[in-house]
Write a protein that binds this ligand. Sequence first.
Ligand code: PGA
Length: 261
Amino acid sequence: MRVVIVEDAEQVAEWASARIAELVTRQPKVVLGLATGGTPVQTYRKLVERSRAGLDVSQVTTFNLDEYFRVAATEPHSYRSFMNEHLFIPAGIPLAQTHVLDGMTTDVGGECRSFEAKIQRAGGIDFQLLGIGRDGHIGFNEPGSSLSSRTRWMLIAEETREDNAVYFGGIDRVPCSALTMGVATILESRQILLLAVGAKKADAVAAMIEGPVTNQVTATALQHHSNTIVVMDQDAAKKLTRRRYYQESEVRRVEFGLGSY
Ligand code: PGA
């Protein structure tokens, strides 16, 4: 796991958008796995700016990590609406090439299997963007999820619903469950970039990077992934005991001409 500590949220977004832009330029038909939530919003804003400045994202295919269960795609709080608003439409990614689980499905097993099959048909996910929950979740893989889980229905943990209450105007309005890619689905991505911003993520970040692999912090499963980069701001990094080592590693990387990205 490569650990990159930058100054603030703005630099996290700059780092992430630069890396994605570089990937899309090199591989225009790249398959991207995408995340929702507060963390990636700035990254998407910067990608939109880059697309307006000439970055061509018209050939990418996307798969989103998760969607609220029993929330229609057309509702403003759906993750489909979030993605359309923050990235797909302003950046010019044709919606036919974007995939978000159908939270209104009457056949949960069928919807989840078909989503996995679509990922396979697209050739797998080249690059997966992730956030991390305060409880260490990735996607909606809450504590206790199998680290071999596939796309499925999950009950959302109380702590996560509290964190998402701001978007809904109260915890009572936050859906109680979701469809989510499983931990094993995420680990099949060829490259993973996890973003973490703010002091409230510091415990989860430290557990993910320096703690034992456990289904109580599903992000720790990324320790078994061979190409994961975690980019965070100073606040999210403050509980890391080997912080100086990670920072020196990035300095040496540049000194040896290995490139920042
Ligand atoms: P956030 O959510 O970006 O809104 O903090 C992250 C997550 O729950 O994965």
